[in-house]
Design a protein around this ligand. Structure first.
Ligand code: UDP
Length: 376
């Protein structure tokens, strides 16, 4: 089948690295990058690192408001879809690129297959939630990662064309995690240019990422900075891999990070897994990072009020806790899950025993596409 896969952001490039090898075995695949994320740290570096083929088309659509960005994506995608004439368009996740890819295809009558379908935070203030809902309703095939995602789709009347395939990101984490279990990985990280922070030592640092739109409002920036400041100490610093969007907002607001909270540039995929595996704990509002921390067995504080990954919250021996931006909850959770006197030994044991299973989501998606896409 001739497929056209649309991506645009860091997590989508990472997911494409998990999906494309399987699809390319059985399909004629065209690969389009909208350019929603475009710099080296957020996009360029992943091609080399993850053996991702260069896109057949790069649209260079970044910046602007949601309406402006989506409109430009639609204008660029329509002629491209007409010229490439794919039998189906595959979109991934919940970004503007996901929705634009689905919308451009659906208006041309091309079936859409959505990977990571059915996830819901039930919070329509999140731009991602709107993208998910719209994309699922435009799709002929919905590849859901979890039982909850399947149930969410059913609640909205989407039952045909739904397949639970597992989590594509777990396929990739399974492939890479074995290779980062040696704590010597951390020495290499600190030696890289741009690392202007203490060298991470196994179990003796906290790893953080913050990038959701809700956490870029001024009150939220103040709240999560204070929370990270509470968590950090001289003997256990916070290493914050700062998303450029968050960095821009902080610069505009003139917001400074508290003592012992160190901003480092966005890291590569493998380094990010290493930094999570060997940390005392992870603090994040990222959908991908919270799942990776859970698979690696690292305690994780979710800096949001909702999660799409309820199964992980219920499982994982209570190691994943949703604290929002509540400083007291965060302090209590850290004291319980990663006490200073035990965290280094926990991290050492975790790194020795870690084993991430692949759910073979990419294979399941590929096989479903071989069986074909029927219009709903
Ligand atoms: N990630 C990365 N470098 C970083 C931070 C995150 O490679 O500095 C990876 C992370 O390991 C995960 C993915 O990016 O695989 C998650 O993407 P992101 O947090 O941007 O988006 P979300 O998952 O929240 O949609």
């Amino acid at each position: 089948m001739r497929l056209l896969v649309v991506v645009g952001t860091r997590p989508q490039l990472i997911k494409a690295a998990a999906l494309l090898p399987a699809l390319r075995r059985d399909h004629d695949v065209r690969f389009v990058d909208t350019g929603q994320h475009y710099d080296e740290g957020m996009a360029g570096s992943f091609f080399g690192e993850l053996d991702l083929p260069r896109p057949d088309h790069t649209l260079e659509v970044a910046g602007g408001s949601v309406a402006d960005q989506v409109a430009r994506m639609l204008l660029a995608l329509e002629p491209l879809l007409i010229a490439e004439a794919p039998e189906a368009v595959v979109v991934i996740g919940d970004t503007n690129s996901t929705f634009a890819g689905a919308m451009a295809a659906a208006t041309l009558g091309i079936p859409v297959a959505h990977v990571e379908a059915g996830l819901r935070s039930h919070d329509r203030r999140m731009p991602e939630e709107l993208n998910r809902i719209l994309t699922d309703h435009l799709s002929s095939l919905c590849f859901a990662p979890t039982p909850t995602a399947v149930a969410n789709l059913a609640t909205e009347g989407i039952r045909d064309g739904v397949l639970q395939v597992g989590d594509l990101m777990q396929d990739l984490a399974a492939r890479v995690s074995d290779g980062v279990r040696d704590p010597a990985e951390l020495d290499r990280v600190a030696a890289r240019p741009g690392w202007d922070a203490p060298a991470p030592r196994q179990g003796r640092y906290l790893f953080a990422t913050v990038h959701r739109a809700e956490n870029r409002e001024i009150d939220a920036v103040r709240a999560w900075s204070a929370l990270l400041g509470d968590a950090a100490s001289g003997e256990r610093p916070v290493l914050l891999a700062l998303h450029p969007g968050t960095r821009n907002v902080m610069e505009r607001l003139g917001a400074a990070l508290p003592p012992n909270v160190h901003a480092v540039p966005p890291q590569g995929y493998r380094t990010t897994l290493a930094l999570q595996l060997h940390a005392a704990a992870v603090l994040t509002d990222s959908g991908g990072v919270q799942r990776e921390a859970a698979w690696l067995g690292t305690p994780c504080l979710v800096l949001r009020g909702t999660t799409e990954w309820v199964e992980l919250l219920a499982g994982e021996g209570g190691r994943m806790v949703m604290v929002g931006l509540d400083r007291d909850l965060a302090t209590q959770a850290l004291a319980r899950l990663a006490p200073l006197d035990r965290a280094a030994e926990d991290a050492r044991r975790r790194a020795q025993t870690v084993r991430v299973e692949s759910p073979r989501a990419a294979e399941a998606i590929n096989e479903a596409l071989i069986r074909g896409v029927r219009g709903r």
